[in-house]
Design a protein around this ligand. Structure first.
Ligand SMILES: Nc1ncnc2c1ncn2[C@@H]1O[C@H](COP(=O)(O)OP(=O)(O)OP(=O)(O)O)[C@@H](O)[C@H]1O
Length: 765
């Protein structure tokens, strides 16, 4: 506790100083208002580019703010509030800013980006999805252009040329995954002309806590076509016959699942093998059994995934929506597909992968914005060395947060939730209900329907209609049931799309937010609460909890759970039960931090190694180094090829040969390290520290990559033919995959650290 309070004290002092400094610059900017207003359009850009924004404080900070204010007003018709400029200045200083919902983060982010771009930097503004990237780029484009800056965006449908153009701009908007995938794809390019050249210089991350903390360890994967190993039907059938408790056990967190001794015997009998833990089976049959166990007993339909259009689609736990391009590692994906009886989707060989955290780590400077940064302060500090600035609200928050209502069990809680919704609905006040998963959202809507109350459901199954649903969610009498709200970028306006009804709804008390259960971190609770009370509107929030809730059962031992309750309603009145729920949430929050830290310890070394490979690749791709190295080792052969196809084609040929082997070695290293991670806990049984052991193997394996790649390239060079286009590697059976695709892996059991206690499920909740 001592350490934490010390940290907050520190934050408090520097926060006060920073706010004072920002306010000082904003006050000073008023003096330049008439100067800015007097500039005509053609003078604007020149004035912006003449500013000196280097140093802290930047000499021309006040002038910059006056220009930005004038530009925003002229181009997008919004005059930035002081708090928005404060937010922009703190992001410009490299902090993550906390600004409440509806305070206008989009404008703040654009102004901060302009500041960096005017210093001569390239800026990426990362959104959580394509829709927001495009919307924000188009919305803020005129402002940035007025300041003489170029703006572009990338989405999943952008062409190569469009991407190239977008990345050449001063400021590029894009989703985390799209930018991440482009960076991964750069690693497959073999001719300099094909590079998109995204520059990882400055990044401003929207919904920063969601991206930097909740999704930090999600791997972005680039794969090429091959067929993958899924559990065989025999393994699957054998696993399905196992019984919980007797043959397998799950840990209390439902993150991991293990065979018991009895289970191992049962599998051995079914599959007619002697010892599933023998060298012969550990790396193959046992892996398949684990995958099948996981798919069958841990992953739950309508919680972790849904089946739609004959496909298994993952639900992104932190956003409560379908994760379009995401899948589990191939064996697991196929196993779930078998479980649900749908066609097995194509599998691929992983060519390269990188976590969101490693992606962010490539930027020289990171800043961000979100509605809930402070609660993620520890993580942001620990994993990114980022500070948090809390920006006061433009208009004070008058939302009323009622104390939780706690029940002995989930049945009583659900009954009370329905009752409460009916009571509020009678008054006409709009209600937004946040549930924990798709299944719960549908059950609740069904219970409400039984009482004749129609609710609109916003969950992973219908996120296409999201914008329309949200537009009306604040209207009189509307009841909206939703899964998690993070990253939805939504602004629930009182009165819905009909602005004239705003005051009528405000009279009713504004939006009433109900949480059907506390999340495993308070941050997610606050994201939900934050939907009410935007821009000084009235609003209310109330959470329900029960002793059956995940957050309680996974943190508190059964015998410590109190039992006193009202026999009729099941309610547990008084502060004791509430404190218990708060305590349980602090425990689960801490558990998640621990898991994150642990997983990061495993992935950090690979991230560093990946950077070394990327540098080497860059050298081979952009310089004549491959020609020089090959000439050094294979002088005669290079001379022979050069005589045949000329210098340029020889350089390109040597490049292709060397890149092919480097990429090959790296993919193999990743694959090996994946295997090591999967089996590392078995080594831990042999009393080695699993992390040390993992590092030892990773370092030893990596050491030889560069040399082996050169040796292999020399062998290939001896036999390969060169054409005017370069090396004919295809004829040597060394073709690059004809198609590549990308995906993000959520809840990836194979990449979650390999520690038996961290591992499988819910890592990012
Ligand atoms: N300076 C301003 N003056 C008037 N309206 C503004 C101003 N800045 C932003 N707005 C309006 O406030 C609303 C919210 O803006 P924005 O979407 O950027 O908020 P946000 O902070 O990102 O909220 P969320 O957390 O919901 O994403 C928009 O409708 C926008 O037009």
């Amino acid at each position: 506790m001592g350490l934490t309070s010390g940290f907050w004290k520190l934050l408090g002092a520097s926060q006060e100083r920073d706010t004072k400094k920002a306010k000082g610059a904003i006050d000073a900017s008023a003096e330049f208002d008439s100067w800015a207003a007097g500039l005509d359009t053609s003078e604007f850009a020149d004035a912006a580019h003449a500013l000196d924004l280097h140093g802290d404080p930047a000499p021309d900070a006040a002038k910059f703010l006056a220009l930005a204010r004038e530009a925003a007003e002229r181009s997008v018709g919004l005059r930035p509030f002081d708090v928005q400029l404060q937010g922009a200045l703190r992001m410009f200083a490299g902090d993550v800013v906390e600004m409440a919902t509806g305070e206008g983060k989009t404008l703040s982010g654009a102004i901060a980006a302009a500041g960096y771009a005017l210093q001569g930097h390239h800026v990426h503004l990362m959104s959580v999805n394509d829709y927001l990237a495009r919307r924000d780029a188009e919305w803020m484009g005129p402002l940035l252009e007025a300041l003489g800056l170029s703006v572009g965006y990338v989405t999943e449908t952008s062409t190569r040329e469009e991407r190239k153009t977008a990345y050449a701009c001063d400021i590029t908007y894009g989703s985390v995954s799209e930018i991440g995938f482009d960076i991964l794809r750069e690693q497959m390019v073999t001719h300099p002309d094909n590079l998109l050249r995204p520059v990882t210089d400055i990044v401003i991350v929207d919904e920063a806590d969601s991206v930097l903390v909740d999704e930090a360890l999600v791997p972005l994967v680039l794969a090429g076509s091959t067929s993958a190993e899924a559990p065989t039907t025999e393994v699957f059938a054998a696993v399905r016959r196992l019984r919980a408790g007797r043959h397998y056990e799950t840990d209390s967190e439902r993150r991991n699942i293990f065979l018991t001794e009895d289970g191992a015997r049962a599998i051995e009998n079914e599959l007619h093998i002697d010892d599933i833990y023998s060298t012969e089976h550990v790396g193959s049959t046992l892996v398949q059994v684990n995958v099948a166990l996981h798919a069958n007993f841990l992953l739950r339909k309508d919680v972790d995934y849904i089946v739609r259009d004959g496909r298994v689609q993952l639900i992104n736990a932190s956003r409560g929506r379908v994760a379009e391009l995401q899948r589990w590692p191939d064996g697991l994906q196929a196993a779930v597909e078998v479980k649900e009886g749908v066609a097995i989707s194509e599998a691929g060989k992983i060519l390269d992968s990188m976590t969101v955290q490693a992606l962010i780590g490539r930027y020289s400077r990171v800043s961000g914005m979100t509605g809930t940064a402070l609660a993620a302060g520890n993580q942001l500090k620990e994993f990114y060395s980022l500070g948090v600035s809390v920006i006061e609200q433009n208009r004070p928050n008058i939302r009323i947060d009622e104390p939780d209502e706690v029940f002995i069990d989930v049945e009583h809680k659900n009954a009370a939730v329905v009752q409460k919704i009916r009571e509020i609905h009678e008054t006409g006040q709009p209600i937004l209900i946040g549930t924990q998963d798709v299944a719960e959202s549908e059950q609740l809507a069904a219970s409400l329907a039984e009482h004749g109350l129609e609710a609109t459901v916003l969950n992973a199954k219908n996120d296409a209609e999201e914008a329309e649903i949200i537009a009306e969610a604040g209207n009189v009498g509307h009841v909206t049931v939703s899964t998690q709200m993070a990253g939805r970028g939504t602004d629930i306006k009182l009165g819905g799309s009909d602005e004239s009804r705003h005051d009528e709804v405000a009279e009713l008390g504004g939006l009433f937010v109900i949480g059907t259960g506390r999340h495993k971190t308070e941050r997610l609770d606050n994201q939900l609460r934050g939907r009410a009370g935007r821009q000084g509107d009235p609003g209310k929030s109330l959470f329900f909890a029960s002793m059956d809730d995940d957050v309680v059962t996974s943190a508190i031992e059964p015998h410590k759970i109190p039992t006193a309750h009202d026999k009729l309603t099941g309610e547990m009145r008084g502060d004791k039960a509430r404190h218990l729920v708060d305590h349980a949430q602090r425990v689960t929050d801490g558990q998640m931090l621990e898991i994150h830290a642990n997983t990061w310890r495993y992935s950090r070394l690979l991230a560093e190694q990946r950077n070394i490979i990327a540098d080497r690749r860059q050298e081979l791709l952009l310089t004549e180094r491959p020609y020089e190295e090959m000439s050094e080792h294979e002088n005669e052969r290079v001379a022979e090829l050069e005589a045949k196809v000329g210098h340029e084609a020889t350089v390109q040929g040597c490049r292709e040969v060397m890149l092919w082997h480097l990429d090959q070695e790296w993919a193999q290293h990743l694959e090996e390290m994946n295997d090591v991670r999967e089996s590392i806990h078995l080594r831990a049984l042999g009393r080695q520290n699993p992390l040390d052991e993992f590092h030892r193997i990773a370092i030893a394996g990596f050491k030889h990559i560069a040399n082996r790649a050169v040796d292999e390239a020399r062998i290939t060079l001896a036999g390969v033919e060169f054409t005017p286009e370069g090396a004919d590697l295809e004829a040597e059976g060394k073709a690059r995959p004809t198609s590549t695709w990308t995906y993000m892996v959520h809840d990836n059991p194979m990449a979650a650290g390999g520690n038996v206690f961290s591992g499988i499920m819910g890592t990012f909740r």
